[in-house]
Design a protein around this ligand. Structure first.
Ligand code: 4AD
Ligand code: MG
Length: 462
């Protein structure tokens, strides 16, 4: 018999059919005569109840059917008499694929804390919570491709291994083929990278932007969607060492076009989640965050506030609020500042623009005031910065001047700067941190809980 997914078995049209279902036992209860086994196969947050007559199978056969065991069940789908489900399967034949000894299986019927589940990340996808989150992760990924494809953006693949530091922040993981016990040295004692695999020093990418810009300057509108890596030692609920980033880049866009795109894109994704992940959102809301659905709807239905960094800082200074990190013109904003603007002051998402050039990257287009650049950060409730982007400096001399001012090494990015000499044009783009988006749509509060295998300081076991 061909397997029916539980998501499909739950529809009332199937009542009366003989079906096969396969999955993992979530719970089992019952008495001497009848056993009720809730099975989940990952296709939905909902379990399917299997009703087993003890007499038919015998005590010995049924004993290993405990939480975590995997089963195949043939039986008739019938309307359920019991509370909590509309349909159930009356077991006729059963096969146990694998048992899960309750004495050693770490996941039990009772709820486990998110902290505990982080320690057994290799098993947590089997829980209701992580099933919901990882299904939503899939749907959001799909929606991202759908959004850009429908609007004529090309998915442009940028390298994972690069020779450059796109953000100029220096927080990179080095990639080397050297045997670390025998690293070739030059005469002056420094590492001889010319003998390394690529003949140069390389690292895992911190952003696909620089290469993405080259895509936009030929294909018109592109986006990247891939893993990025940062070795910044920020052990926070919002930072990962390996995270996924979506970076659209568009030729002939200015910062206003860029803000319009960012707002429309985020609203599309959140609307998509509300429409396609209803059951999972409902479950997560019930378990962790009752305001989640309303918060999502609110963001979809309301305009984002747009104002300059300078205006934002003024509001913070005049707020009378005591921040852990004091704030004045020139300081990089902390998430407490961002969240104050979003949650306390405006009570809606905010796009801040025109940051001081000193706290932003070298490639951002300079304003005429000589002090600020055309940067834009999108700030979200509960998250703080969810998107960072800018209009790019397309003028060769001005870009070179910023490279010099910031003291960057031009050698690994000469090709990027060179493009300003050949058919340069205005363009803009941004980066959305995929896990920050996932935090928002799931209502989770720790970024380690929205990626299957989080990479954070001292954490790469599984
Ligand atoms: O603001 P960031 O550093 O900007 C860039 O990398 C640009 N090259 C993007 C562009 O213009 N194409 O990072 C962009 C976003 C942030 O707003 C945040 O959502 C996310 O990436 N992000 C992180 N997410 C998880 N862990 C980290 N360590 C992150 N660092 C940045
Ligand atoms: Mg940023």
């Amino acid at each position: 018999r061909k397997r029916t997914k539980i998501a499909d078995a739950l529809s009332p049209e199937k009542i009366g059919e003989e079906i096969n279902i396969k999955g993992w036992v979530r719970t089992r209860r019952g008495n001497k005569n009848v056993s009720f086994v809730a099975i989940n196969d990952g296709s939905t947050i909902h379990n399917l109840q299997v009703v087993i007559e003890m007499e038919k199978f015998g005590e010995d056969f049924l004993k290993p059917i405990t939480t975590g065991a995997s089963l195949s069940v043939n039986g008739k789908l019938v309307a359920s008499q019991g509370k909590g489900q509309t349909v159930e399967v009356q077991a006729e034949e059963m096969e146990i694929y694998g048992t899960a000894d309750p004495a050693t299986y770490p996941l039990q019927k009772k709820g486990h804390s998110l902290e505990f589940l982080r320690e057994i990340a290799y098993l947590r996808p089997r829980t209701n919570t992580f099933g919901a989150i990882f299904r939503m992760r899939h749907h959001m990924s799909f929606a991202i491709h759908q959004y850009f494809n429908d609007r004529g953006f090309y998915y442009f693949h940028t390298p994972i291994i690069t020779g450059s530091d796109a953000e100029g922040a220096g927080a990179m993981f080095e990639v080397t083929s050297f045997n670390l016990n025998n690293v070739p040295k030059t005469e002056d004692g420094s590492i001889d990278y010319s003998k390394d695999f690529f003949g140069r020093q390389t690292n895992l990418t911190v952003s696909g932007q620089l290469e993405g810009e080259l895509g936009a300057m030929s294909l018109g509108a592109i986006y990247t969607f891939g893993p990025t890596f940062r070795a910044e030692n920020s052990n926070t609920p919002r930072h990962l060492a390996e995270f996924w980033m979506i970076e659209p880049e568009v030729a002939f866009y200015d910062i206003h076009d860029n803000m319009d795109l960012a707002e429309d894109f985020l609203k599309y994704l959140i609307r998509y989640a509300l429409e396609h992940c209803k059951d999972d959102i409902e479950f997560l809301a019930k378990m962790y965050d009752e305001e989640l659905p309303d918060r999502l709807k609110f963001v979809v239905e309301n305009d984002f506030v747009r104002l300059s960094y300078g205006e934002g800082v003024k509001i913070l200074e005049e707020s009378g609020h005591t921040f852990e990190f004091p704030v004045h013109w020139g300081t990089d904003l902390q998430s407490e500042h961002e969240r104050y603007l979003v949650e306390k002051h405006f009570k809606r998402p905010v796009i801040l623009t025109d940051y001081p050039k000193e706290i932003k990257s070298f490639y951002m287009k300079q304003n005429d005031d000589g002090k600020t650049v055309r940067a834009m950060d999108v700030l979200f409730p509960k998250i703080g910065e969810i998107i960072g982007g800018s209009e790019r400096e397309e003028n060769y001399d001005k870009l070179m001047q910023r490279v010099k001012e910031t003291g960057m090494n031009i050698d690994p990015i000469w090709w990027y700067i060179e493009t300003r000499k050949f058919g340069t044009a205005p363009h803009a783009g941004f980066g959305l941190g995929f896990e920050r988006l996932m935090l928002f749509v799931t209502g989770m509060t720790n970024i380690r809980d929205v990626i299957p295998f989080p990479r954070t300081p001292n954490n790469a076991e599984f």
